[in-house]
Each structure stands twice: as C-alpha cells, then as structure tokens.
Design a protein around this ligand. Structure first.
Ligand code: UD1
Length: 416
C-alpha cells in the first residue's frame, strides 16, 4: 500500500487522539498474568496491536475486539513464543516478563521491530537474571527458567523502557517478595502499565519515578481499563499543523507529556494553548528553525518525534542541528527527504538541516515507523503529488493517519 499526498493545504479542525500504542502493547502482554476478562477500552487497531493479539491467541488466550474494546481472557496453553510474528514485532519481548511471572518457564525468539538501531535485550536479560531467572541460548532461541524467581534490587545500566516494563511484570506475581527497580524509565507509558497491573490487584509503587517498588501478589483479577492518549501521534499532528499552517485542536492528550515539543513549537512561531486534556495550535507564518534538538529519555525530547521534527526543520528558516542520542540508526529517512529537495547532512548521530523555502514532491519509501510519518508530513507541504511507499511501517503505530489528516483538510489517499 502507498499514500498519495497532494500537498499545499492548510489544516483546520479537531482530532481526538487515540490511546497510546506504547502503553497498549505492554498492557496486552500483562493480561497474560490474569486468566479472567481484561477489557482494554477504546483500542485502536494499530498493526502492532493486531499482531500482539494474534500472538496471544496462538498461545491459547481468547482475544476479542468488540465495540472498540479488546477483551482478553483465559490461560495460556503454550509458553513457546516462537511464532513468525515475534520476528517482526519488538513488543513480543514484553511477554517474557509476564509469562515468566505466571508460568515460570518459556521459550522466546529474539524480537524484531523497527530497524532503527541494534536494539539489544541485554538490559532486559540482566534484570531478569537478578530476579533469579536462568537463561540459555541455542538455535537463535532463548530458553528461560524462572522456577527459582525471587524479589531483588535491580539497578538498570540504562533506563530502558522495555526492560523496566519487563522486570515490573516479572516481579508482579512473586507472591510476598519485594522487588526494587533502580534507574527505571519514567515514560508515561510505564505509569500506564503500573496503573493497569494495579487495576488487576497488583502492587506497583513509584512508576514515573527513578525507583519503582513491586510487592509481589499471588493472583491478579479481571479489569476494565482505558489508556492515556498517544503523545507521539499527538506530537506528529501538532508538527503537521505547524508545518502546513492553519488551526488545529487535539483532544484526549495531556499537554504535560509533550512539554519539550511545545516549547520548540512556540519558539518556532506557533501559537499554542494548553488545557487539561486538549491542545490547540495556530500558525500562519514561516517557521523559525529550532537550532538545536537533542533526543533523550523522558522527560526530554522523545526520540519517536525526532523524524517528524527533522522534517519540520527542512522547511524552517535557519539551520538546525539534531542530535539523536537514543537509537543510532534513526536518520534513514534523510535519503528520502533529499529526493524532495531537503538540505540535510548526517554525520554519525548528528543531522544538520538547512531550511529551504519549499520541498518538492517525489516518490519515496518509508524506512521505519516514525521516519514514514515524517515523509507524510513532507508530502503535506510539497505542492504536487508525493507517493509514499511501504506504509505498513506507518500503520504499525499510527491508526487512521490518512483519515485523520483528511478530516483536517489534507489531500491524502491510500492506494494499492
Ligand atoms: C520504547 C518504545 C519506542 C521508543 C523507545 C525509547 C515501546 C513499544 N517502544 O522502545 O517507541 O522509541 O522506548 O523511548 O514502548 N537498549 C539496550 N539494551 C536493552 C534495551 C535497550 O542497549 O536491553 C538500548 C536500545 O538499543 C536503545 C535504548 O536502549 O538504544 C533505548 O531503548 P528502550 O528504552 O529499551 O526502548 P524500547 O523499550 O525498545
């Protein structure tokens, strides 16, 4: 599938932000720890979410989608997470913590996912080993044994989001034992996972801070849960509004999760109003460049918004230097942007962007999820027809991106 974008329109109107992909994925994994009905409300069917559901079904869970909610129930019939889907879906790694917490033995493949860097799982494994879990490796598979699992103090060498989530889940069902995660990731999606586990009867304290304490419980119970809005999707739409010009309103997003982006957008010349669950953005002038952007762990500027922000710099007045500190291979989109007339020079983890007055349409292909979203933004401002191939990358993490942009006045179609 491809997007065909006819750029040049300003954007006007309101959008409701969908539930956060990066919160939903570990939450789906966490349902493995509970046999009763877990209802996740308002669940957008990102391709990654569909794949997670499919993996759970293959492992024996019952997964239904009804009235926009996902209902997951039943016990696993297998703990061998070695089906083809796990090769493409990085988030399958989250099942390690939840399966080992409840079933104590499992086999995994090395997880796949976006090609944005090496993406090792050494921090996950080191943390789980600290809980007494034993791993052995053969034929590209990870064999794990948690029969001697116990609470412990786990200090992460880097505040990895996935490792924090995995260790949080692994510790949840160690009845009567206490686990402390130090140097934990603080992303809002971590807080969501803790809220979800606690809504099932778990006892996770301190999520959102550097130290998380988990009191192990014996059993979890069914729950009904609704996630926060997707801060990365919201950020992408704000950048779209800034680049195209016009006035947009996003509902269902807490502005506190996007403060570094909001500061940049305001400094670039956008008028932004913040409400408890809503953001409005207005811009009718040429943007000013951001000069220096550095990605970092939360609450810093998110690496997942780096590509959209890089694309914004391509048409902003002035020169910007973007430093990608989290994933080493997140500038692949640059090759495609050069075809559209952007002026960008990449040297290792730095991209220098000299703003041009306009981008030109071209035929391009998405290199990864967020880079693909960046190409859509570039297409929205390039006057003429831009064709964007390989959009499955984008659909892994944006739900109805084309439909949402059309509702704001953009001309974008999805074609075979
Ligand atoms: C999650 C998000 C992803 C986001 C990232 C950083 C989900 C589903 N995905 O990914 O969208 O870009 O956080 O905010 O929530 N690392 C290691 N060893 C490990 C684990 C990570 O070296 O065992 C490195 C990674 O290669 C990367 C950095 O740590 O360079 C950050 O990774 P991590 O925080 O784990 O990101 P993910 O959980 O994979």
């Amino acid at each position: 599938m491809k997007y065909v974008v006819s750029g040049g329109n300003k954007l006007f109107g309101k959008l409701k932000v969908d539930s956060a992909k990066n919160a939903i994925l570990p939450i789906i994994a966490a349902t493995i720890m509970c046999d009763e009905d877990c209802v996740i409300e308002d669940i957008p069917l990102y391709l990654d979410v569909i794949e997670m559901g499919l993996i759970l079904e293959k492992l024996g869970k019952k997964v239904e989608v009804s009235n926009g909610n996902m209902i997951i129930s039943g016990a696993l019939s297998s703990t061998s997470v070695i089906m083809a889907e796990t090769k493409t879906l990085r988030s399958s790694i989250f099942m390690m913590g939840s399966i080992l917490s409840k079933y104590r033995k499992a086999i995994f493949t090395y997880p796949g996912g976006c090609d944005i860097g090496k993406r090792p799982i050494d921090i996950h494994l080191a943390g789980l080993e600290k809980l007494g879990i034993k791993f052995s490796f053969a034929n590209d598979l990870i064999y794990s044994d948690a029969s001697k699992i116990q609470g412990s103090v786990v200090e992460l060498s880097f505040p990895s989001v996935g490792a924090t989530e995995n260790i949080m889940m692994a510790s949840t069902l160690i009845d009567g034992e206490i686990t402390v995660i130090k140097n934990a990731a603080r992303e809002p999606e971590i807080v969501e996972l803790a809220r979800f586990i606690n809504s099932m009867g778990g006892k996770v304290f301190g999520a959102g801070y550097e130290t998380i304490v988990i009191y192990g419980v014996k059993k979890l119970y069914g729950t009904t849960f609704k996630c926060i809005g997707d801060r990365i999707a919201a950020g992408t739409y704000l950048i779209a509004g800034a680049m195209c010009g016009g006035k947009i309103e996003l509902e269902g997003i807490d502005p506190n999760f996007l403060l570094p982006l909001i500061v940049f957008l305001r400094n670039s010349g956008c008028n932004i109003d913040l409400f408890s669950d809503k953001i409005t953005l207005e811009n009718f002038s040429r943007l000013k460049s951001c000069e220096k952007i550095e990605t970092s762990i939360y609450p810093g500027f998110p690496t997942d918004l780096q590509s959209p922000m890089l694309v914004m710099q391509t048409i902003s007045k002035g020169t910007s230097i973007i430093h990608e500190t989290v994933f080493e291979a997140r500038f692949k989109v640059v090759t495609e942007l050069l075809k559209m007339g952007a002026k960008i020079n990449v040297s290792e983890r730095y991209a220098t962007v000299v703003g041009v007055t306009k981008l030109k349409p071209a035929e391009v292909a998405c290199p990864d999820l967020r880079g693909g979203a960046g190409l859509v933004l570039a297409g929205l401002v390039a006057k003429g027809k831009t064709v964007i191939d390989e959009i499955f990358h984008v659909e892994r993490g944006y739900y109805n991106l084309d439909k949402n942009l059309r509702s704001l006045g953009a001309i974008i179609d999805k074609v075979d």
